[in-house]
Design a protein around this ligand. Structure first.
Ligand SMILES: [Zn+2]
Length: 204
């Protein structure tokens, strides 16, 4: 048997030691050996709800999704960029609160239908920053609900289109798929194998 790579070993240990049944499959991205930038907007009031939704700023993901995101971050790092995280796992109750404010499936997944891939711990909302921490222009702010945020809107400056394309093409290589209306959202391609969760974020 070959040696288990250090990165995979870390993931195994975290999965084994996490508390709670459904959290066994969720990994705290900050515990893994990779550098991400975090701006978890739902842990602040700077979001479309205008209120704090998460009791702490954490990015939890399924182990397989976290590993793919690490690989994507390494890919971007070699190009001079780093992934900045806006959102990861989102408890179903939070999805219900969002739906009550924006009951529009183009922007908020219906929690009473299939729910969001975020509820499965298999989607990320992200952007890119430079390795020095500078913002990379993507044309709109996170959670801008409108045409300017759509990935099939080509009526944007060349720099914006180029930056969005860099993000999209990079993420696709590691098993992530976009949605049409949000340049920042990526669902892991095998997300359907993970059930919806409503465990609160483990803040202590
Ligand atoms: Zn999203």
């Amino acid at each position: 048997m070959g040696q288990i790579p250090f990165k995979n070993l870390c993931l195994l240990v975290l999965v084994c030691c996490a508390k709670g049944n459904s959290q066994q499959a969720l990994v705290d991205l900050a515990s893994l050996p990779s550098n991400f930038t975090y701006e978890i907007r739902y842990a602040t009031s700077d979001n479309f709800m205008g209120t704090v939704l998460y009791p702490c700023a954490k990015c939890l993901l399924r182990a397989e999704v976290a590993e793919a995101l690490l690989e994507a971050n390494q890919y971007f790092c070699e190009k001079g960029y780093q992934i900045k995280i806006y959102d990861c796992y989102r408890p179903l109750d939070i999805q219900k609160a969002m739906w009550s404010k924006v009951p529009n499936a183009a922007y908020v997944a219906n929690p009473y239908d299939k729910g969001s891939v975020h509820n499965r711990g298999a989607a990320v909302d992200i952007t890119l920053v430079t390795l020095e921490g500078c913002e990379v222009a993507m044309g709109t702010d996170y959670d801008y609900f409108g045409k300017e945020a759509h990935i099939d809107n080509l009526q944007l400056p060349e720099t914006i289109l180029s930056n969005r394309n860099l993000l999209l093409e990079g993420m696709k290589q590691f098993g992530f798929q976009p949605i049409r209306t949000e340049w920042w959202h990526f669902s892991f391609i095998r997300n359907y194998q993970f059930p919806i969760l409503n465990e609160p974020l483990p803040c202590d």
